[in-house]
Design a binder for this molecule. Structure first.
Ligand code: 9MR
Length: 346
């Protein structure tokens, strides 16, 4: 339907609701989507649990399913600060900065090399910028998250990771990926541009920016989203929506929460319009040669990570494109048709 990847984030391996255990899920995904992102199983700790041990079994199984069914893979992710994902041997590393740099380069190189030719694109580094609302302001010195990697190597770990990934797999598109960069948080967006421009000024091999887009039904505005995409397009880089979902309730923006206590027709209609507007914004702002694709973060409402998020306690958000039961069948929601309409209007 689209001439760029339409992606789906999936559970696999021994995770709950693994797509490889659920026939109906495989069929629905193969029918409607052209790319997979592993929601978890290609993160640092899964692939590289110990310094000299890589575990490819679960990822290879998923990649092989994708290959057999004609879907490409977006790799997620070589480097992510999230405590639960950083392997203990990295946290406990006691050598000097050079040693840590070698270890991290080898992590990226080994994984990129293993999947060379099988993974179309990678989130090379995920969420290296400060969280929104932390009040530190903008400026190169306070843009970067004080992660383990930053503590050990400063911002150089980003450039190093892109360089190592390109050397190991020159064919894969390399993305910097983050959340709240799609407008609505001016400081974080300014920091994104500082990061990207720093890489470009130093001729580092970055191909694009991944906008996660864990957005709200009413935030950020499509004007803000368009401006964020445009800034990346102006730099000649690809734009990829990497983790899209649209919950019907906004826990931060509105006085009453939840706004919808059932998935009413009004909620479904509003959600459809929002999904459609996001895809239209993408299509009108990003020229065809810079479209890295659009990935939704889960298949049906019961798959969403938002169900476990404390900020959303007391709400059921129905954030995804399908409804159904755990083992299927899955029914497209109005939002699905909103996306399809936007794509077919092109
Ligand atoms: O959806 C993912 C959830 O299943 C995991 O428990 C969580 C921690 O690894 O990560 C979630 O995915 C995140 C993604 O990797 C990076 N951007 C934010 C996503 C939602 O938290």
């Amino acid at each position: 339907m689209a001439d760029f990847p339409i992606g789906m984030a999936v559970s696999a391996g021994d995770e709950n609701r693994s797509m490889l255990d659920i026939q109906a899920k495989q069929e629905t995904i193969a029918h409607h989507f052209s790319q997979l992102t592993a929601g978890n199983i290609m993160k640092m700790r899964y692939l590289h649990p110990q310094e000299n041990t890589y575990d490819w079994t679960e990822a290879d199984e998923l990649v092989s399913w994708a290959e057999t069914n004609g879907l490409s893979i977006h790799g997620h992710t070589f480097i992510w600060h999230s405590d639960y994902q950083v392997p203990d041997f990295m946290k406990n590393y006691i050598g000097d900065a050079n040693g840590f740099e070698t270890l991290l380069d080898s992590h990226v190189t080994t994984i990129a090399d293993h999947f060379r030719g099988k993974v179309d694109s990678w989130d090379v580094v995920n969420e290296a910028l400060h969280q929104q609302g932390d009040g530190v302001g903008v400026g190169e010195g306070n843009c970067y998250r004080n992660s383990l990697f930053y503590q050990k190597l400063g911002k150089d770990y980003l450039a190093n990771a892109f360089t190592a990934a390109k050397a190991a797999d020159s064919g894969a598109d390399l993305y910097y990926n983050d959340f709240s960069t799609e407008g609505g948080d001016d400081d974080k967006f300014a920091c994104l541009l500082i990061l990207v421009d720093d890489l470009l000024d130093n001729d580092i091999a970055i191909d694009g920016v991944g906008f996660q887009m864990h957005v709200q039904i009413d935030w950020p505005s499509t004007d803000d989203i368009a401006a964020a995409f445009q800034a990346i397009v102006d730099r000649g880089l690809k734009v990829k929506i990497t983790e899209l979902e649209v919950p019907v309730n906004n826990p931060w923006g509105a006085a009453s929460f939840p706004q919808y206590t059932s998935f009413s027709e009004a909620a479904a209609t509003r959600q459809k319009a929002r999904y459609k507007a996001i895809v239209e914004t993408y299509l009108t702002t990003v020229p065809a040669n810079l479209r890295g694709g659009i990935t939704v973060w889960g298949l049906w409402d019961g798959d969403s990570w938002l169900l476990n998020l404390s900020e959303r306690a007391g709400s059921d958000d129905w954030p995804l494109l399908f409804t159904g039961d755990a083992n299927g069948p899955y029914e497209p929601k109005p939002a699905f048709y909103g996306v399809a309409e936007a794509l077919s209007e092109e």
